[in-house]
Design a protein. Structure first.
Length: 458
């Protein structure tokens, strides 16, 4: 048995210290020493025969000889979830699900566990809630619970032994910040505990070839050990996003070794937990008032899926000195840029106007392709003229007020046509070679002012 003991390793220069210090004596950086487990006697040794056997067990293989379809992916009854993990769960995958407290991580994973339990035994380890609390939630979510085992435990030693004895097909850990290893002195939730515990779970995932889910809390300040330190250990990082007072929840993949990143699954939080939103664009546009000024429809892309969302803006005369700008769902600096372009290049005088922008449904749109819709919504509110109800908009706005081409136009146009839009304003430079027969009328514009001329009703 290799003996383990703890050392303090500087995260800046790698210097090793026997005890904690506020400042690294080698590089002089403050607060960089992190407690780490080191194994003694783990040198690459062994007898010559042992070393040879080890080499023969795992020789380098020619790339052509490796089969790529060896993954037996497990499909869940939740398609939105399958999409986010890249088309089903891969055996041995270690997945981290992060998100603000109270956003619905435990709810989501309990529902996923119920789906997994139809495939094989699931071990759900909770360090946050008692078994009774989980039972109450499961009853509310109408989860039958065959094959689903609950363990309220925070000690890694106990959890690993249970996992060993029970050999579940799936392991869920809620949350990684509550788990602790006895060998480490620091408290549960510290960087060293979180990292070491995650490393142990990775051994379980890879050693037993079972999918393991870790829940992690993110804090606004990021001061305590959040899931960020784990991102390089795990295979997949998913974030559950949304606003507390909105029903929609977005599960987004920010890292995925087995599929595309930035893929999004959309759920709605209701009475009996999270349910899938299979037609999100329709849901986001449901409450739209046609012919209201200050509203424009953007065709954004979330991962590989096109989404139509309503962007609302309100420009009203400032009553105090400095005009205010408020962005909800769009990047604040992007809003400032668009306001500046509208003022300087289009001649929309916004210098004495408060400007509020809101994306409906609590959605966060980061894509520059939605610039045109945001700028059009602002101009529409300022001029008090609505955008024609059958028009959707797509395009990036440049600093000279020009419209720049965006990618994946075909997918976007098809989605817009599917939802009943008749016309789309898009950058004149857009290349649409493959699209012989556009599903809707294309209104090309070279600049933001041209686009406004087309989109706003006179
Ligand atoms: P939870 O999964 O406990 O959040 P997390 O694990 O991310 O901290 O979910 C908490 C919220 O979800 C809570 O405010 C109540 C709400 N909720 C519902 O609206 N409906 C439900 O069926 C359930 C189980 C929870
Ligand atoms: Mg929870």
């Amino acid at each position: 048995m290799a003996k383990t003991k703890t050392r303090y390793i500087c995260q800046e220069c790698g210097s090793v210290q026997p005890k904690w210090m506020g400042r690294c004596p080698d590089c002089g950086e403050w607060n960089t020493l992190v407690e780490t487990l080191v194994e003694e006697g783990r040198s690459g040794g062994g007898s010559a025969a042992e070393r040879q056997a080890r080499l023969e067990r795992n020789p380098p293989q020619p790339l052509v000889a490796i089969s790529a379809d060896s993954y037996q992916r497990t499909m869940l009854p939740m398609d939105e979830f399958n999409r986010v993990v890249g088309g089903g769960l891969v055996p041995g995958a270690l997945t981290l699900i992060g998100g603000d407290p109270g956003i619905g991580k435990s709810t989501l994973l309990l529902q996923i566990s119920a789906g997994l339990a139809t495939v094989g035994p699931v071990l759900y380890v909770s360090g946050e809630e008692s078994a009774q609390q989980i039972k109450l939630r499961a009853t509310r979510l109408k989860i039958p619970g065959d094959n689903l085992f609950i363990l309220a435990e925070t000690s890694m030693t106990a959890i690993l032994e249970h996992a060993q004895q029970m050999s579940p097909r799936f392991l869920i850990v809620d949350s990684i910040q509550t788990m602790y290893l006895d060998e480490l002195e620091s408290a549960a939730g510290s960087v060293s505990q979180v990292r070491e515990c995650a490393a142990r779970f990775q051994e379980v995932a890879k050693g037993r070839n079972i999918p393991v889910f870790l829940i992690g809390h993110v804090t606004k300040t990021g001061a305590i050990a959040g899931p960020r330190v784990l991102e390089h250990i795990v295979d997949t990082v998913l974030y559950l996003e949304g606003e507390q007072f909105h029903a929609y929840r977005l599960l987004r993949s920010v890292k995925n070794r087995f599929g595309a990143t930035n893929e999004v699954g959309i759920f709605e939080m209701g009475e009996i937990g999270l349910s899938e939103v299979t037609n999100p664009s329709e849901a986001f546009l449901a409450e739209r008032l046609p012919n209201a000024s200050g509203s424009a429809i953007a065709i954004t892309l979330e991962g590989t899926r096109p989404l139509l969302v309503e962007v609302q803006a309100l420009a009203s005369t400032t009553s105090f000195g400095n005009p205010r700008r408020t962005a909800n769902g769009v990047d604040f600096n992007r809003l400032l840029l668009l306001v500046a372009v509208l003022t300087k290049r289009v001649g929309t005088r916004l210098s004495d106007q408060d400007v509020f922008v809101n994306v409906i449904g609590g959605l966060q749109i980061g894509e520059p392709a939605s610039d045109l819709a945001v700028a059009t919504a602002i101009a529409s509110s300022f001029r008090n003229t609505p955008v024609a109800a059958d028009i959707a908009l797509v395009g990036e706005v440049g600093l000279s007020g020009e419209l720049r081409a965006v990618g994946h136009l075909e997918t976007r146009l098809k989605e817009a046509a599917k939802l009943g839009f008749k016309r789309c304003v898009l950058p004149a430079s857009s290349q649409l070679k493959q699209l012989k027969d556009p599903p809707l009328e294309l209104l090309r514009a070279r600049s933001l002012s041209e686009a406004l001329e087309i989109a706003l009703i006179h």
